[in-house]
Design a protein around this ligand. Sequence first.
Ligand code: ATP
Ligand code: MG
Length: 334
Amino acid sequence: TPRVFSGIQPSGNLHLGNYLGALKRFVDWQAKDMETIYCMVDLHAITVWQDPKDLQKSTRELCAGFIAAGLDPEKSILINQSQVPEHAQLAWIFNCVARMGWMQRMTQWKDKAGKNQQNASLGLFAYPALMAADILVYHATHVPVGEDQKQHLELTRDIAIKFNHDYGVDFFPETQPVIEGAATRVMSLRDGSKKMSKSDASDASRINMTDDADTIAKKIRKAKTDPDGLPSEAKGLEERPEARNLVNIYAALMEHSVDQVLADVGGKQFSEFKPMLAELAVEKLAPISTEMSRLMDDHTEIDRILTRGSQRARAITAPILRQTYDIVGMVPPV
Ligand code: ATP
Ligand code: MG
């Protein structure tokens, strides 16, 4: 049976790229009446330093964001990763399946570890094995993500194939990455060659889901662009990453194609287009952030949702982990 899994790190600053590239897609999958499981991946978040109080707050805020964006905890299973221990347990098995060389090739590792790899955490290096476990501990078949996660999903497939091959079984399925929509890679507002990220030091580089209308308008007004006006066809944006990014964001928020948008706004200057984009972004994001802060007023409801989610999740993950241990040759308890 088809099963959808995806996750977001509770590392603060949930942003427009997360919304358009991931969260909004999660809601689309929920509407398809498939089994959907969405995770706040707190174990991933601590691969780089997180202040404990901030981590708790970010996890609850992310859960609030999931619900405010339209995920229904009755329809989808909402969990935080650390409450479902089988994720980390399967990750250990996958640490023993994956090869160092595979991990070394990951561009996220290279980007996040930076020049001083010796000083990066071992967890950051092993990140993709935990991600493979997140997915495969559910035998998930569809994983909606942004473009930056494509390489990790290929590695997930490699781990499944090697496990099946080494142990001579047909146990873990080959997972499909689902990378679709007009905004699979939303770029930084300050640098058209970098993706918008929670971890970018510059707050001006991203639109946070919790930004108020004035902040959103200011960030868009200051967004880097080139001096030219907007073209009337998508191919006029090819060599203009910053301009293309703003048009892609507009198209994704409108749920129109880039060509449809350019048919409307082609010929306008950015001085005219940016306020249109700001107004649209506020219109779409304000209801979500209002609902997020309402949900955050009293987090007992969120905590209950996550507890219930982990119980439902474990009904799936515990048997899969037990079978995995059996395949690997662990002696079970009697
Ligand atoms: P960090 O900088 O801490 O890695 P992040 O912004 O990359 O944070 P993640 O929690 O790593 O966010 O990713 C959550 C989901 O959001 C993933 O599916 C990822 O592909 C997607 N995503 C992240 N950034 C973007 C972006 N700029 N455009 C589209 N999708 C994105
Ligand atoms: Mg990321």
